[in-house]
Design a binder for this molecule. Structure first.
Ligand SMILES: NC(=O)C1=CN([C@@H]2O[C@H](COP(=O)(O)OP(=O)(O)OC[C@H]3O[C@@H](n4cnc5c(N)ncnc54)[C@H](OP(=O)(O)O)[C@@H]3O)[C@@H](O)[C@H]2O)C=CC1
Ligand SMILES: CC(=O)[C@@H](O)[C@H](O)COP(=O)(O)O
Ligand SMILES: [Mn+2]
Length: 382
C-alpha cells in the first residue's frame, strides 16, 4: 500500500533528503503535503515533481506570490495554521517533522492528534515539550520514529532488547567544526569557519550547534524522552569520524553499536520503512578502507553548552525549553554577526540563571517560557 507522506520543512536539509529517498521508490509513496518557510522557488519545484494536495509557506504574502504558479490540484495555506493543516489535514499517514527550532511543536502535536506516524528530525520539539509529545503519542497509539542519526542508532540497538537489561546510552559526538581548537583559539572564529562541519552537510543552525556541542546537549535531552532513560545513564563520547552513530551498553557488558557512512538518507529511510530495511543510495561502509576509528572522553570544561544542557535536563520542567530558546536566539545572533561564537554559551547560561523552572508545564506554559527566554536572549549584551 502507498504510504501518504507529509514533509514539514521540505526545503531544508532533512526535507530535501527525505524527498530524495521518496523519489527513488515512488511506487511506495505518495506526497500528500509539503510545508516550507520562505524558499518558495524550491517549493514550486517540489510541488511540480510530487503534486501534493496541500502546500504551506511562512506568510500570506509568500502564498499570494506563488499561488498562480502551483500545479492545478495543489492548494496553498500559510503561517502556523498552514503548518498545522499540512501536518493534520493533508491525509498523511506519515509526517516527517523536519522544521528547525521549537516552531515545530504545535504541528508535531497536530500530526500526532491526526493519528499519523511521526518521523522526528526536529529535536527542539522533544527538548522543549518532551513529556507532552511522548504522552500524546502514547495516548494516540502512534509510532514516533527517530530520524536524528544518534537516536536512529540507539533505536536500532535497542530493538528487541529488554529495557530492564539496558545499562547506559552512549551518544557519539564528532566535535564539530572546531574540534581541534582550544577554548582560547575560539575567540574571534568566523561564521564561515563555524559552518564547516567535518562530516555532515546540514542546515546552518544544527551545524553551529555541533560546533558548540549544544547539539549533543539537545540530543541527550531528546534521548531521555525518546527512550525513557535517566540523565545519569546517558554518556557522550567524542568520535571524530562519525561512523559509529551511537551505542547501547547492557547489563552483561555487551555494547551494541550502529555504524555507517555519514548519510542522513539512511536514518530517514529507516524511519519511513520501519520495520523493513530497503536498499539505500548511501555508499556502503568499507571498514578496511576507512581505517582506525577513534574515541575520546567528553570534556565539559571545553564544551560548557553540553554541561548546561545536562543541568537543564536534570532540572526538568521548563528548564530545557529555556536552554533551547536561548540557544536558538544566540545562534541566530551569531549567524547574523551580532555576537561572537563564545557568547552563545554565555548567553544560554545567563538566561538559564534568570529562570526558575516550573514543574510539569502544560503547552501554554511552555510556549510562554519559550517567548520569555527568546526576549531575554535578544536583549542581552555580549
Ligand atoms: N540536517 C541534518 O543533517 C540533521 C538535522 N537534524 C535536525 O532536523 C531539523 C531540521 O534541520 P535542517 O534540515 O538541517 O534545517 P534547515 O535549516 O536546512 O531546514 C529547516 C526547514 O524549516 C523551514 N522553516 C524555517 N522557518 C520556517 C517557518 N517560519 N515556517 C515554515 N517553515 C520554516 C525551512 O524552510 P525555508 O528554507 O523554505 O525557509 C526549511 O524547510 C533540526 O531540528 C535539526 O537539528 C537532525 C539530524 C541531522
Ligand atoms: C547528522 C546528525 O544527526 C547531526 O545531529 C549530527 O549529530 C551532528 O554531528 P555532531 O553533533 O556529532 O557534530
Ligand atoms: Mn544528530
Amino acid at each position: 500500500m502507498m504510504k501518504k507522506v507529509a514533509v514539514l520543512g521540505s526545503t531544508g536539509s532533512i526535507g530535501t533528503q527525505t524527498l530524495d529517498v521518496i523519489s527513488r521508490e515512488s511506487d511506495r509513496y505518495e506526497v500528500a503535503g509539503l510545508a516550507a518557510g520562505s524558499n518558495v522557488e524550491l517549493l514550486l519545484e517540489q510541488a511540480e515533481a510530487f503534486r501534493p494536495k496541500l502546500v504551506s509557506v511562512a506568510t500570506k504574502e509568500l502564498a499570494g506570490r506563488i499561488r498562480d504558479r502551483l500545479p492545478s490540484g495543489t492548494r496553498i495555506v500559510f503561517g502556523e495554521e498552514g503548518l498545522n493543516e499540512v501536518a493534520a489535514g493533508a491525509g498523511a499517514d506519515f509526517v516527517v517533522c523536519a522544521l528547525v527550532g521549537s516552531l515545530g511543536i504545535r504541528s508535531t502535536l497536530a500530526a500526532i492528534d491526526a493519528g499519523a506516524a511521526i518521523g522526528l528530525a526536529n529535536k527542539e520539539t522533544l527538548v522543549t515539550a518532551g513529556h507532552l509529545v511522548m504522552a500524546r503519542a502514547e495516548e494516540k497509539g502512534v509510532d514516533l520514529l527517530p530520524v536524528d542519526s544518534e537516536h536512529s542508532a540507539l533505536f536500532q540497538c535497542l530493538n528487541g532488547e529488554p529495557r530492564s537489561a539496558l545499562k547506559r546510552l552512549i551518544l557519539t559526538a564528532s566535535g564539530g567544526s572546531f574540534r581541534d581548537k582550544t577554548r582560547d583559539q575560539l575567540r574571534g572564529v568566523t561564521v564561515e569557519d563555524a559552518l564547516k562541519h567535518p562530516n555532515w552537510s546540514m542546515g546552518a543552525k544544527v551545524t553551529i550547534d555541533s560546533a558548540t556541542m549544544a547539539n549533543k546537549g539537545l540530543e541527550v535531552i531528546e534521548a531521555h524522552w525518546l527512550f525513557g532513560v535517566p540523565y545519569d545513564r546517558i554518556d557522550v563520547v567524542i568520535h571524530p569520524e562519525s561512523i559509529v552513530h551511537s551505542m547501547v551498553e547492557f547489563e552483561d557488558t555487551s555494547v551494541m553499536a550502529q555504524l555507517g557512512n555519514p548519510d542522513m538518507r539512511v536514518p530517514i529511510q529507516y524511519a519511513l520503512t520501519y520495520p523493513e530495511r530497503r536498499p539505500s543510495p548511501a555508499s556502503p561502509l568499507d571498514l578496511l578502507a576507512r581505517g582506525a576509528l577513534h574515541f575520546r572522553p567528553m570534556d565539559l570544561e571545553r564544551y560548557p553548552a553540553l554541561r548546561l544542557a545536562f543541568a537543564a535536563g536534570r532540572a526538568g520542567g521548563t528548564a530545557p525549553a529555556v536552554f533551547n530558546a536561548a540557544n536558538e536566539v544566540a545562534v541566530a545572533r551569531f549567524l547574523r554577526g551580532d555576537i561572537p561564537f563564545l557568547a552563545i554559551e554565555t548567553m544560554i547560561e545567563e538566561v538559564l540563571n534568570l529562570h526558575t523552572p516550573k514543574a510539569s508545564p502544560d503547552l501554554e506554559t511552555i510556549l510562554e517560557t519559550d517567548r520569555w527566554a527568546r526576549q531575554k536572549a535578544e536583549s542581552l549584551r555580549p
